[in-house]
Ligand binder design. Structure first.
Ligand code: 1GP
Length: 251
């Protein structure tokens, strides 16, 4: 069943075209600076806040950060879990994500079996998502034991995305890895967009308005940036990123 947050995202994509989401990594920030970043993100029209990071183990720290974010902004807060420790009762929704190119069943289905009852108990909205690590992969691929798909093999990424679609997932995420030197290439985004009907999320290494524009033009429905807003005083940067989600096909 489609919940409130997913409904909000789908409507917003329909109306506005590509969206921007701001990712907060609880290990890289304090509750105070998370609050500052998300306030700026909301004022720059970032569509939602994602909270997660590859190596989170402290759920109490995660809870503190999510609470601080919820106190500060109205836009939805969506968990981006690396493991069962990435679940917080204070968020609105959770990407219920399977790492499709992991070599370890734990990251494909195992953590999910452990986490699902908790998600139910906390009344979090699960949004089903196929997660595919490509290119450099970075820490996400080490932690998730994935074999990243090389950038020159878009057909393999398409095959994984089709699996997500046939399994009934509604979103697919092409992840280059946080801090990747080269974001997901537009050709790979295009290939996936052409073949599947899924909403397409793209992230990892996106730092400039130009890169946002390229990903949006290639067909990304949601563009996620994390590292860049930790490095800068966020407002100008986020404004630049959000502005460039609007590509020529969209008013
Ligand atoms: C990581 O795709 C996200 O999971 C964001 O990456 O930190 O490089 O923006 P960055």
């Amino acid at each position: 069943m489609i919940g409130k947050v997913e409904e909000y995202l789908l409507e917003k994509i329909q109306k506005e075209g590509t969206l921007h989401m701001t990712l907060v990594d609880p290990e890289m920030t304090s509750p105070q600076s998370a609050a500052r970043i998300v306030q700026e993100a909301e004022s720059c029209q970032s569509a939602a806040i994602m909270v997660g990071g590859s190596t989170i183990v402290s759920t109490s720290r995660l809870d503190r950060i999510v609470k601080a974010i919820k106190r500060t902004v109205e836009i939805p807060v969506i968990l981006f879990p690396n493991n069962v420790t990435g679940i917080s009762r204070y968020a609105d929704a959770i990407w219920f994500m399977s790492l499709l190119n992991s070599t370890d069943p734990y990251f494909i289905i195992g953590a999910h079996v452990l986490g699902a009852p908790l998600i139910k108990r906390f009344n979090l909205e699960p949004i089903p998502l196929g997660y595919i690590i490509v290119g450099e992969g970075r820490v996400a691929s080490v932690v998730g034991r994935a074999i990243p798909i090389p950038y020159d093999k878009p057909e393999l990424t398409v095959a994984h995305a089709l699996v997500a679609e046939y399994f009934g997932m509604r979103f697919v995420y092409l992840e280059a890895g946080s801090g990747a030197k080269q974001p997901v290439p537009p050709e790979m985004i295009q290939s996936v967009k052409r073949v599947t009907n899924l909403r397409l999320v793209v992230g990892g290494g996106i730092k400039t308005g130009e890169q946002v524009k390229q990903a949006a033009t290639a067909g990304a429905d949601i563009i996620v940036t994390g590292t860049i807003v930790e490095e800068y005083t966020a407002t100008d940067k986020i404004r630049e990123l959000v502005k460039n989600t609007k590509h020529p096909n969209v008013e």
